[in-house]
Design a protein around this ligand. Sequence first.
Ligand code: PHE
Length: 341
Amino acid sequence: MKNKLEKIKQEVVRALQQAIGSAQLDDLKVKYLGRRGEVNKIMKQIASLTEKEKKEIGQLANQIKSDIVAEFSKYKHVANEKTSNSFLDVTLPGEKIESGHLHPITIVRQELEDLFSSLGFMILDGPELESDYYNFEALNIPKHHPARDMQDTFYIDHKNAAGEFDLVLRTHTSPMQVRAMQKYGAPLRCVVPGRVFRNEATDACHEHTLYQLEGLMIDKNISIANLIAVVKEMLSGMFKQEIKTRVRPGYFPFVEPGIEFDMGCLVCHGQKCPSCKHSGWVEMMGAGMVHPNVLKAGGIDPNVYSGFAFGMGIDRLVMMKYGINDIRHFEGGDLRFLQQF
Ligand code: PHE
């Protein structure tokens, strides 16, 4: 038994010298120090020895066991070593890093930008954190006007010198109408894509965070016919087919007259579904002729110039383009949804 113990120790030393990598090290540990390992096998046999032998062999076995444990700790570094004599095929492809891709809203936004650039519109960008003045007042929506209720938003907890909360998350891209007029004057053709916010209960067609594209065209003799022509041009460019539209009167304090554009629902093709609130039509944009007060706020003379403006929900358009039935997918962050684009 003594010899056996010595032999085991020598075996371990030899095996450890040749061990490569953590897997081999673990195997050796199990083989020699495991519950059913070589050392324990001997330990079990000790019970059947005489008292004298028990003492002698027992001591030796314990000694050998702790020697072996010490040997193992000497070889810890082996665990991290790479196979030295194994073949490394450098021509194998590396680990693939998955690249991301554009969000469907970004895809459509870029298409719209291309479309409107080709019609000679500037693409502008505006602040998401907007002043009460540009978001409401300059757009002919004075304080306490009931029209503010249509666009409840998130106010920033900061008061101006007059003690008023005057910073809001913009509720639409329309504040850029006045900013653009002030900066560029008339004549003017621009679109403004961007993120907007509403304090809203969410459902299949309403979100608190959404995207709009504002359009503004100001020149002499601009009429609502120009507005309808541009919108139709945009829709056929976008969907590569004739799209059914319908125009209804709509109220927005910053246009006069104001209209709303609906398009036939492309999710259900008129069959009525949750994305079109079971009507077969989807509200696509508010629009109208720019109100004289808004032109004045932008420093443009309403007696010389007129213009049209529209504000379109990009989310809705994307839903129609791809047949998406719930607006909440866009901000939901679910890769099963996003990876389809
Ligand atoms: N800003 C309006 C909205 O978000 C849409 C609109 C834009 C209406 C321009 C008329 C003119 O609902």
